[in-house]
Ligand binder design. Structure first.
Ligand SMILES: NC(=O)c1ccc[n+]([C@@H]2O[C@H](COP(=O)([O-])OP(=O)(O)OC[C@H]3O[C@@H](n4cnc5c(N)ncnc54)[C@H](OP(=O)(O)O)[C@@H]3O)[C@@H](O)[C@H]2O)c1
Length: 296
C-alpha cells in the first residue's frame, strides 16, 4: 500500500512526554471524512481542543488539502495531548476506502468512532445546466447515501474491535418527512403553492436542493438499518442534524452567513458531544443540535 494515503507525524515537542505514556490503547481513535472543510474540519478542531485524548484520523479526498487544513490546528495546544494523522479517502472510490481500512487495521487494529461527515449536492449543477438531471441526482445519491453505506460496511469490523464503538452520520434539517407533510421544513414554511402548469419554477431554498434533501432522507433510513444491524454489538449510532452552518456546502460561506448560517464550530462541537457521551440517551435516533429529536 502506498504511503501517500497516510502522513504520520512526529509527536509535537510540547506533547512528547505525554505521548510516550499515552498509548493507542488509551486514546479514542476517531476518523472523520470530509475533514478538510466546514463541519468536518470544525470537528477536528473540537476533538483537538478536548481535555480527552484522541488519535484523530482527518480524512480528505485530496491529501494536500487535508494537510493544509490540519496544519494550523496541529500548531495550537491540545489540552488532552491528542495526536492527528491526515489520511486520503475519497468516499466515492471503493479502492480508496478499502486501502484506508486496511491501513488503519494494520496500524491500530481498531477504530473507536467513524464520523461519516463528507457530503454535498449537485442540484445547482443541474439548475445551471452543467449536469443532466440524472447525473446530478445519481452523484448526489452516490455521495450522501451509497458512499457512507460502503464506508460503514468496510469499517464495521474495525469498529467492532472497539470497547466503545460509535458511528455517526451527518444528515440535514431538510430531510424530515414529517416537516415536509406539515410544510414546516426550514425555508418552506411560508412558501406559496406552485401555480398550475409546466414547467414549475423552483421557489425556495429547500426545493432548490431537491436531490440533496431526498438523499438525506434516504441516509436517515440507511442509518436506521445500521442501528438495527448493530443492536447486539453495542455500537452507539447517531444521525446528527447540525443546523444551517456557514461552510463551503453552497459554495460561499460568507453568503451563507448573510443568510443567517451559524459558525461551523457549532457542528464540530455537536459531533464531539456525541462521541463524548453527552447525547447517549439519544443513541439510535436522528437528532438536532438543540437537543430535540428529528426522527420522522
Ligand atoms: N452546512 C450546513 O448548513 C449543513 C447542514 C446540514 C447538514 N450538512 C452536512 O454536513 C456535512 C459536511 O458539509 P459542510 O457543510 O461542512 O460542507 P463543506 O464545507 O462543503 O464540506 C464537505 C466536505 O465533504 C468533502 N467531500 C465531498 N465529496 C467527497 C468525496 N467524494 N470524498 C471525500 N470527501 C468528500 C469535501 O471535500 P472537498 O473540499 O475536497 O470537496 C469537504 O471536505 C455534509 O454531509 C452536509 O450535507 C451541512
Amino acid at each position: 500500500m502506498s504511503d501517500s494515503y497516510w502522513t504520520p507525524r512526529q509527536p509535537q515537542a510540547n506533547t512528547r512526554g505525554r505521548q510516550l505514556s499515552a498509548t493507542m490503547d488509551t486514546k479514542t481513535i476517531v476518523l472523520v471524512t470530509g475533514a478538510n472543510s466546514g463541519i468536518g474540519l470544525a470537528s477536528i478542531r473540537s476533538f483537538w481542543e478536548s481535555p480527552k485524548t484522541y488519535h484523530i484520523l482527518a480524512a480528505g479526498r485530496t491529501l494536500q488539502k487535508i494537510q493544509d487544513a490540519v496544519a494550523p490546528i496541529r500548531d495550537s495546544p491540545s489540552p488532552g495531548h491528542s495526536t492527528i494523522d491526515e489520511i486520503e479517502i475519497d468516499i466515492s472510490d471503493d479502492v480508496s476506502i478499502t486501502n484506508a481500512a486496511s491501513l488503519i487495521q494494520g496500524k491500530f487494529g481498531r477504530l473507536d468512532t467513524l464520523v461519516n461527515n463528507a457530503g454535498g449536492g449537485n442540484d445547482t449543477d443541474y439548475q445551471n445546466g452543467t449536469m443532466s438531471q440524472r447525473e446530478a441526482w445519481n452523484r448526489t445519491m452516490d455521495l450522501n447515501v451509497t458512499s457512507p453505506q460502503v464506508m460503514t460496511t468496510e469499517f464495521a469490523p474495525l469498529l467492532l474491535k472497539s470497547a466503545d464503538p460509535r458511528l455517526l452520520y451527518i444528515t440535514s434539517g431538510m430531510s424530515s418527512l414529517q416537516e415536509e407533510h406539515t410544510r414546516t421544513t426550514p425555508g418552506e414554511a411560508r412558501a406559496p403553492k406552485y401555480p398550475a402548469g409546466w414547467p414549475k419554477a423552483e421557489r425556495t431554498a429547500a426545493t432548490n436542493a431537491y436531490a440533496y434533501r431526498v438523499s438525506k432522507t434516504a441516509l436517515n433510513m440507511m442509518f436506521l438499518h445500521w442501528v438495527r444491524l448493530f443492536e447486539a454489538d453495542g455500537v452507539k449510532c447517531f444521525a446528527l442534524s447540525p443546523g444551517f452552518l456557514a461552510t463551503n456546502l453552497a459554495g460561499d460561506p460568507e453568503l451563507m452567513k448573510k443568510a443567517g448560517a451559524g459558525d461551523p464550530s457549532l457542528g464540530g462541537d455537536f459531533i464531539r458531544d456525541c462521541v463524548e457521551g453527552k447525547r447517549d440517551e439519544h443513541a439510535g435516533r436522528v437528532i438536532r443540535r438543540d437537543g430535540s429529536i428529528q426522527d420522522w
